[in-house]
Design a protein around this ligand. Sequence first.
Ligand code: ATP
Length: 351
Amino acid sequence: MQGLVLKDLGRRFGNVDAVKDVNITLQPGEFLSLLGPSGCGKTTTLRMIAGFLAPTSGSILLDGVEVSSPRGSVPPEKRGMSMIFQSYAIWPNMTVLENVAFGLKLRKMDKADVRRRAGEMLEAVRLSHLADRYPSELSGGQQQRVALARALVIRPKLLLLDEPLSNLDASLREDMRFEIKRIHDEFRITSVYVTHDQSEAMVTSDRIAVINHGKVEQIDTPYEIYTRPTTRFVAGFIGRTNQITGTRRAGQVDFTGFALPLSLFTGTEPEVFISIRPQSLHLSATEPVTDDLFKLRGKISARAFLGETWDYVFRTDSGLELRIVARPHQIYQLGDDVWATASQDQIVQIH
Ligand code: ATP
């Protein structure tokens, strides 16, 4: 079987489960992000994939071959992978071209091929014009592109990226996300990207594994993760949302100041949690004529103009507060009486 398989993967440090029962299968060419807060186990997972750290349970298979398990591990240099870190780790005494060519020379490729392949790679990362410069003469973003070119030129089976953009300033980071995506689309190297930045994960990835306390909470496409979060943690970690808690009763679920039919919900637990994104709520000054089950009356209790949107806080008499994002022309004043509605498909049950 091709690709990368993490099977019941776990790593304990003393009595702490840094990584627990992780099951992920990456198709060849897929780009997966491991996304989660500090200390959730992303780096530990990546280090096990790289072979720097042995698992305490489970195993890792690369192209059908077991490379890591508590019984033993294939050393990192024999895994056919490249790794990129936040520090660019390119050689300061070599030019850009020499840096990129180095891995090929080590593989004893003949000179003309080395020159051609390194040249092509520099073109792919748009650095051909800087081939003769030294790293100290490059910007941070350019250095990270050299690192990317150097990692990809050997055509690894697997590319591992550990927060590669965290040393760059905000606008460069944004450009580089698209750059990484473009380069991945061109070379389709199976890639695992560790980040705590949800935008980075969303731009670059085919799928995202959201990790919390060493476990995968949800693994899916960026679109599904955002629109259909399955847990309270994922709903809160990816983008902003309104999380509302209700109580299951006969025939309905009671929330603060409103109720929804029980038939909308799965499970049997007494508490029911829902997530409604701020931009899924619609504001109107008059009572809207709608079949929407979610229709509440309240007031604007805070507002901020952010240029592309208005950010409102809507508050009902029962004390329920909701964040609502509206278009710039939808102007309400503090204290305005308004209605907030959401269609049923925008109300997501989370667990
Ligand atoms: P960050 O984003 O801050 O790098 P992370 O998600 O990569 O965090 P890990 O570095 O994988 O998290 O750490 C996961 C957990 O394992 C943490 O609680 C950490 O303290 C613990 N841990 C990691 N390495 C070791 C170690 N060598 N010895 C003991 N505990 C460790």
